[in-house]
Design a protein around this ligand. Sequence first.
Ligand code: ADP
Ligand code: MG
Length: 567
Amino acid sequence: MSKTGKPIKHLPPEVINLVAAGEVIEHPASVVKELVENSLDAEASEISIEIEALGLGQIRVVDNGTGIGKDDLIEALKRHTTSKISEITDLNNLSTLGFRGEGLYSIDSVSKLSLKSKVPDSLAGYELCKDREGLFAIRPVGMPTGTVVTVQELFFNVPGRKNYYRHKNHIIKAITEVVTNLALASPDIGFRLKVNDKVTLHVPKGQDTFSRISYLLGEDISKTLLPIAHEETHFRLQGYVSKPQGALHSDEFQYLFVNGRPVKHPPIVRLVKEVFGSLIEVKAHPVFIFSLSVPASMVDANVHPRKQEVLFINSDFVYNNIQSALYSVLGLNDLTYRKESFDLYADAQDVHKSNSYLASSLKESTTTWNYKLNSRETPLEVLQIHNLYLAFENAVGMTIIDQHAAHERILFEDFLDQFKRDKLNIELIEKNVLVDVPITLVPLLENSIQTLSKVGFTIEHFRNNTFKITLIPKIYGNHDMKALLIEFLYELEKSNTLKDSDQDSLKTISYLACRSAIKAGDYLTMQERRNLVEKLIKTKSSYTCPHGRPVEVELSLTELGKMFKRL
Ligand code: ADP
Ligand code: MG
């Protein structure tokens, strides 16, 4: 041992346990996942989840499954005990993916856990409690067949517990996501999620898959879905995939279930995107809900127990089958973009419409424009290149601007200005639309209502996952409100800034500016080009769009001279 070195000691067992538990249980949502998976393994047909105080106060899962016998109650809490695997050979033939035998053990070591259960052939149920000394006591209780697991004071012994409270919406969202995922995987099973005494998700048992998807993902998403099915020896794919038009700027709605359990498998995500190819925008992601049934021996679920990644023993076989299923769905269906059904990219297709829209939107922003003296002059002639870029002469050479980024910057500053002065001087118009959003986004939207109201949107929570929009800025008059709102939520979610409401508002504004800006691909008249350049010149920072991409590039005469070997 060196003079200054500290002696190396064995970690106390409770610390080792805590570290190990942390690998399995890192979030209130992981508790929910472990407990609900246990209920599913116990063949429950109805599962109820109750959350209090972000799950840190209490998580309770009640099921009507096969239960745990009196003598097994203590065993269930011990590490590496499981009823799901007994011999090594079983490992090759697992029909369950939750077999590590440390779910309850891990939860117990970071919380105050109590367990009660009744098996069908016993008259009473039994409750397992720990007394102050940590010793187990078992006492009979009256209850229906099934199991109730109650987890209190989660992470009471974990440093940084308080940090969880700062991510309020994300915790509830993550829990809702876990339940959504499992509820999509098992449409025949009833789920109920209660958050602080309010039922936020409720799907009945015996529901058909499509109704369940509609309820959980909302009608806007589900009406773009096409059924997919493909059967081979040792392979069955069932589910839904969106039409190209239904692809979203979020990869959140891509569900894969293998033998009934939610799993992650990035190659399938890539494969789907590849098959869609140029049918969708580069940054768009098709929605899919795939239920795959393959022999258990073909799945290796041990790759990443917590993230639930799986490997397929014969992956090419699986991919080829999925690919041909997708090709035939896309080949057999009418994929024409339809405005009335889903409006996300329709504008880009309809040049005339977006031009008149552009004209009105440009006119509108001029009226509220803050004039600022600027030495740069608006050029007389502006060339439009491939409906993407504008090029014109300047004092030292030439400027090329990205038309979308430029308009975005202009609108952004305009909005920001109004926002800072806390005074909206844009015209509002009445709208009366109901928008239903995926159930996982409800808490996020509820939290954004106030920010959105500052930029002119009046939105209220109507019922369940439906929101009502009553007033919007006129500049969005031609927009599909549903698409706008949902994409806005994805953006907000990605930005992860919910704890900072200023950041939140900035994000909102830059998003709104982006969505109302003219698009790459829109033709502009000479007057429109000049308007755009003129306004850009007047903005405070014309060099990047609110997302940080460059707005303009300058080529000086010297640079041009060098290019043409004149200098
Ligand atoms: P694993 O799920 O990997 O077996 P757990 O620690 O999560 O490990 O659970 C241990 C055992 O407790 C399970 O194998 C099962 O026998 C029993 N068990 C846990 N939850 C339930 C439940 N809701 N219903 C019936 N049995 C359960
Ligand atoms: Mg388990």
